[in-house]
Every structure is written in C-alpha cells, then in structure tokens.
Design a protein around this ligand. Structure first.
Ligand code: CTP
Length: 407
C-alpha cells in the first residue's frame, strides 16, 4: 500500500521524536517517499541532519523558506502528497490543528491539506487525559482525521506511566497503510473493494503425540503474499494459516491453526467468500490414534506403528459445497512430476476454477524460497508465467481474479 506513495511526515517536539527516525526507515523500506517537516520543538530533540540523512530528502523547517516559498511551498507540500502523517503529535500541535491556527510550517500544511491526515500522539498521560485534549481529539476526528495510539506504558519522566506513549513505528506504518487504502477505496480505485477473499497458507502440523508432529516444508510465503495482495486490492481478507515463521500481515484478519482438521473448520466458519485461494500445503494424512502421552521406546528395538488416515480435503470440500462455494475458487498444485496432468486432475476432482501449478522439486528452490514459477491451469487451457518473486506472483493472481470476478 505504501509503495510509490508520498508521505509528508510532520515531526513535532516530544521525546518520541527519536522514534520518527526509525519510522522514516520503515516507511522507506516499503517504497514510500517521506518528505519531512520539523517543528521548532522537534529540532530540540532530533536534528534536521539526521532526518534528512534517513529520508534522503530536503527537510522543511520554516514557513518562510525563501527556497521553498518561491512557488508557495507550504501549499504545494500539502497538495502533492498522498498522506500527511504527524508523528509524534504533541498536545500543542493537535490543539492548534483543531482550531485552525497556522503559525508555523507544520500547522500551515495541516490547514492547507486536502489529503488524509493520520495522527500519532505522544504526550504525558495527564496531558492526554486533559479535557482540552479530549475535546480537540473529538474535533479532529469529526473532521475525518485518523489516530493511531497513543499506547500505554512507561513515560520518559521517571516513575510515570499511563496512556501517552507514541505507538511503535510498525503500528504507525500499518495504520498509514489502512488510511491510504481507505482513501483509494473511497476513490473507487481498488478492484476488490467490498469483496471477501479467503486464503489458506502454510503447512499443517499433524500431531503424533503431545511433543511430535508430521509436517512439510511449506513456508507460507506465497499464501501470505496473496493475502497482502488481496488486501491491497481492497478486499476484506481472511487468512487461515498453518504454523509459519511469518508475522501475521498488517490489517488482515488472520486465524492461526495447527492441523488440517482445524484448518477445515476455520475455513468453513469463514464462508461465504467471493474468492477463495487455497495455497496451504495441507498434510494428506494424520496419525490415526494420536498419543495422549509422549510415546516411549519400549526396549524391544521396534519402532511404534503409526497408522495413518487421510485428512479431509479442504479445497474439495469448499469446491463441492452446495450453497457456499465461492464464485472463484483457486487451488495450488505443488508437484515434482507430471505437473500439468496432475493439476488438471485436481481441477476436476476438487471442482476448482483454476489451479496454480508449480514444480517444487528441490532443485527449483521454490519451497521456502522467494521466487516462484507457476502455470495457471483452467478449463480454458494452460498459461506459462515467467519466474517472478512471490509478491509479484500474488499480485498477478489477484489482478486476474478481480478481472474474472467482474466477467
Ligand atoms: N488441499 C486441501 N486439503 C487437502 C489437500 C490439499 O485443501 N487435504 C488443497 C491445497 O491447498 C491445494 C490443492 O488442494 O490448493 C492441491 O494440493 P496438493 O497437496 O498439491 O494435492 P493433493 O490433493 O494433496 O494431492 P497429492 O498430494 O496426491 O498430489
């Protein structure tokens, strides 16, 4: 959501300003351009030099900057961007903004902007709870300005704790994504707005006893990338994930499960959906009788007999659902041989619309790696896609799915 976006970052004067340096890095890592504006107070805590070095941009500090004002710089600053983010926002800056005071560059930008504004307040808990601040927050919210935090915790002042800490940079990044996405939805620019997309991801773990399980090498990278791509296309996304090392994606409703049976019941509880993409590498079998206690060696030298039973097929269950089959149902086929034949037979057997087939032989490096080479198998034929990273594969699948839903 942040890739290619331009964000005016207003830094006001609070000790939390040091966290803004990390915030700049996080926003830039995600492809955003960050144009910093610092109040006089902010410059007491961190230097324009540090902010300029991290943002790699000119740092705006003054309303009457001869270089910037030859083309009415503060108005342009407030117009040419996608989002104005205030982090940290002091009680004073919020008060001035609520009452339309524009006595420095930051407040002038806030008065002139017609873009979404996100505020990350940071102040002493007494100031946060003061009736004047509460009133100002209401005024700002009524104007559509959004807030992230503040969080509860220790204050910089010794022995003081309460609500007033600026949210962590990653939470601010997630909130900024949500605000930018809402704006794009409002402008009708996202193809999956109003749609529900259900995605499964990762492996499943099938317990043998309380300490052991059967698993596979799925990392969840492709499934999680699909969830992010569907979110960025405007959908409400539910991600049902097996055990993975990945963080739950920002702003996405993520249900973590262990076994295939858990995954099936989570998926059923999330229907209806307009699109379902089953990217999980579901274990085909589970142990018939899971040991209630840790299985011990019995001294005979013989291994225990682990009887296996077949797991329910989640994709097939959804594909054959009488009333709640999604309009578009997409499965994956991870194969090491006969890729297309196997994909075609899965398409039919599971009543899917598309199968995204990939060769996961160890030499391809696809399992656990960042790149993927897939083929889209449908009843219309087979398309070979070039190698792409998993995020790009996800965006392409989602774009195709959005177009197919419209047909
Ligand atoms: N799948 C599923 N539930 C299962 C097994 C598979 O939902 N119990 C889904 C996967 O998420 C994937 C598709 O079915 O979208 C194909 O998975 P794959 O493991 O390739 O196929 P299987 O049906 O398990 O067949 P096989 O292991 O024999 O290749």
């Amino acid at each position: 959501m942040l890739n290619g976006k331009q964000i005016v970052l207003i830094i006001s004067g609070g000790i939390a300003a040091y966290k803004s340096l990390d915030l700049i890095r996080r926003l830039k890592e995600r492809g955003a351009r960050v144009i910093p504006v610092m109040t006089a107070g902010a410059q007491e805590f961190i230097t324009p030099l540090a902010v300029g070095a991290l943002s790699a941009e000119k740092v705006f500090t003054s309303l009457f900057d001869r270089e910037a004002e030859h083309d009415v710089g503060h108005i342009r600053l407030a117009r040419d961007h996608d989002l104005v983010l205030i982090a940290p926002a002091t009680a004073n800056l919020m008060a001035k903004t609520a009452h339309g005071i524009a006595d420095d560059l930051a407040t002038a930008v806030l008065l002139a902007t017609d873009k979404p504004v996100l505020v990350a307040p940071a102040m002493n808990p007494k100031m946060w709870h003061n009736a004047a601040t509460t009133r100002n927050i209401t005024i700002l919210q009524e104007r559509g300005i959004r807030f992230v935090g503040p969080a509860r915790g220790e204050m910089a002042e010794k022995g003081e704790a309460g609500v007033g800490r600026m949210s962590d940079p990653l939470e601010i990044v997630a909130a900024a994504s949500a605000v930018l996405r809402d704006e794009e939805i409002r402008q009708n620019r996202l193809p999956l707005a109003g749609k529900h997309v259900l995605i499964t991801s990762g492996p499943t773990h099938e317990p043998i006893d309380p300490v052991r399980y059967i698993a596979n090498r799925s990392s969840g990278k492709q499934g999680h990338a699909l969830a992010v791509a569907a979110y960025e296309a405007g959908a409400r996304v539910t991600l049902v994930s097996g055990p993975v090392d990945l963080a739950d994606p920002d702003n996405i409703d993520t249900i973590r499960v262990e076994s295939a049976a858990d995954m099936l019941s989570a998926v059923k509880s999330c229907l209806p959906a307009d699109i379902a993409i089953m990217a999980a590498a579901v274990a085909d079998w589970r142990v018939a009788a899971e040991g209630a206690q840790k299985i011990k060696k019995d001294g005979s030298g013989k291994p225990p007999a682990l009887g296996l039973v077949e797991n329910p097929d989640i994709l097939a269950t959804v594909g054959h659902h009488e009333s709640l089959r999604p309009k578009l149902l997409i499965g994956f086929a991870a194969e090491t041989q006969n890729l297309i034949d196997n994909a075609r037979s899965k398409l039919e057997r599971k009543n899917a619309d598309w199968i995204i087939a990939n060769d996961v032989s160890p030499e391809t490096g696809i399992m656990g790696g960042d790149a993927n080479t897939v083929r889209l198998v449908s009843r219309d034929g087979v398309e070979d896609w070039p190698e792409m990273n998993k995020a790009e594969v996800a965006r392409q699948i989602v774009a195709r799915a959005a177009a197919a839903l419209d047909e």
